[in-house]
Write a protein that binds this ligand. Structure first.
Ligand SMILES: CC(C)(COP(=O)(O)OP(=O)(O)OC[C@H]1O[C@@H](n2cnc3c(N)ncnc32)[C@H](O)[C@@H]1OP(=O)(O)O)[C@@H](O)C(=O)NCCC(=O)NCCS
Length: 424
């Protein structure tokens, strides 16, 4: 049996406490949306980007936004996009937490905790068993039960190429054609990869494909390259070129926003295309899968300068619904004792009985547990990116019956590493 490094001391749920007593947490009204967006910008030391405002409404449902008001002034914000997240063998409704910010003049008074309290209660009431987010500062979210569920990587490639022959046809397409073709590739990759959002047309239009000046970050207009084979889209890349000639020689940067391929041949061709771009010295991709086939395709993998970073943080808002909503690699029975100081409805022992890959999850009462762990650590193994053995090596799970770690690892094992291509 293994022992466990205790997680950070559980803190009692706070509702904002005395410091935040004058603060009112509620969704913004229809006529308060601009002020809501301005409050988010203020938290990041920025101004509202006028290009961005109309897009907010396209991928965020304002009734799911929240703000903390001091009187009528919004001083902190959070939003929850709505989609289905792909999980091993299926998908589940999920809330995508974003636009988290507290005005510098109101920090360290419990306002974020008050927003997280209200938001997780809302997500539960909406019947979404999962919440996910990408953290600018990851340290903040463990106390609310979020655990690292996927890993991502950045690439800064120069002096590297992909050898081989090309087959399919590459076309640069316009916005409307991209809207029609790209989802066909994305959805096929999503079908086999946990961690992907379902993207509505609104999400494509207002989150993935916008191209106003404010979105360019020093690069040129958005380029939308599509590879077709046998008349159907097989891969795409969204990128911008930043032209530069520092010493009189062209040495531009290709900034890759997103790429997706649903066949090995299309993947190879796409990267041959990107890495061989004329007048470009480097290809920078801030957000790719850390097990990307590029590592095996590249002539010099080290020259990809790949760096691993955190990806999606996952919160099991409804533990039994989340556990029952994914499929498992092996049949068996496990009793998990889950600690959850922030969402007390999850705390306790849960019996997971897997038959034909499908789990029934029921309260286990006082029955002895096989494993004890915090809800954030259960979230870490949920999508299959980490295993119970990984948790054990990090001192994050307590084994209460012999062999439980190995059994749980075999039951939860995923076929493919999860990845989230979203970067928000
Ligand atoms: C990070 C931020 C949202 C925190 O808001 P806040 O209202 O000050 O947070 P709270 O007072 O509710 O603090 C909640 C807890 O988080 C801790 N915390 C707050 N900010 C933190 C930070 N930047 N790093 C580490 N811990 C932090 C607090 O100490 C507190 O801990 P406790 O539970 O042990 O008491 C706010 O500082 C902010 O808007 N920062 C700039 C924008 C940003 O970073 N957004 C996050 C994007 S992921």
């Amino acid at each position: 049996m293994s022992s466990r490094t205790p997680p950070p001391a559980p803190r009692p749920p706070r509702d904002g406490g005395a410091h935040a007593s004058a603060i009112d947490v509620r969704p913004p009204r229809a006529n308060e949306l601009e002020a809501w967006a301005a409050a988010t910008a203020t938290a990041f030391g920025a101004a509202v980007d006028p290009d961005e405002l109309p897009h907010f409404r396209g991928y965020l449902d304002p009734s799911r936004n929240l703000a903390a008001y001091d009187g009528t002034t919004p001083v902190a914000t959070v939003a929850a996009a709505s989609f289905a997240l792909s999980v091993p063998g299926g998908e589940l409704p999920a809330a995508g937490v974003t636009e988290v910010g507290v005005s510098p003049a109101y920090r360290r008074r419990g306002i974020l905790t008050a927003l997280m309290r209200r938001q997780l209660d809302d997500v539960r009431a909406w019947g979404e068993p999962l919440a996910v987010l990408q953290a600018t500062e990851a340290e903040i979210y463990g106390r609310y039960g979020y655990g690292l569920g996927t890993v991502a990587a950045s690439v800064d490639a120069h002096g590297v190429r992909v050898p081989g022959e090309d087959g399919g046809r590459i076309r640069l397409v316009g916005h409307d054609e991209a809207l029609a073709l790209l989802p066909r590739v994305y959805d096929r990759v999503r079908d086999v990869t946990p961690g992907f959002h379902s993207r509505t047309r609104g999400w494509w239009e207002h989150k993935t494909l916008p191209d106003e000046e404010g979105y360019r970050g020093g690069g040129g207009p958005l380029q939308r390259a599509v590879i077709e084979r046998d008349g159907r889209p097989e891969a795409y890349a969204l990128y911008r070129i930043e032209n530069a000639s520092p010493d009189g020689y062209p040495d531009g940067v290709l900034h890759l926003q997103e790429e997706m391929a649903c066949s090995p041949a299309a993947c190879r061709q796409l990267w041959r295309y990107l890495l061989a771009m004329d007048l470009v010295g480097r290809v920078r991709a801030p957000h790719v899968a850390p097990d990307h086939p590029l590592l095996l395709l590249a002539s010099e993998p080290a020259r990809l300068r790949m760096r691993v970073k955190d990806g999606l943080f996952v919160r099991l808002v409804d533990v039994p619904a989340a556990l029952a909503g994914r499929r498992y690699a092996l049949d068996g029975v496990l009793t998990l004792e889950v600690e959850d100081g922030f969402c007390a409805w999850n705390a306790g022992r849960w019996r997971l009985e897997v038959r034909d890959g499908q789990a029934g999850v029921t309260p286990a009462g006082d029955a002895p547990a096989d494993l004890r762990l915090a809800v954030a650590d259960l979230a870490t193994v949920y999508l299959g990116g980490f295993t119970f053995l990984d948790l054990e090596r990090a001192g994050r799970v307590e084994s209460l019956t012999p062999g439980a770690i190995e059994r749980a690892t075999a039951i939860f094992r995923g076929e493919r590493a999860p990845f989230s291509p979203e970067d928000y």
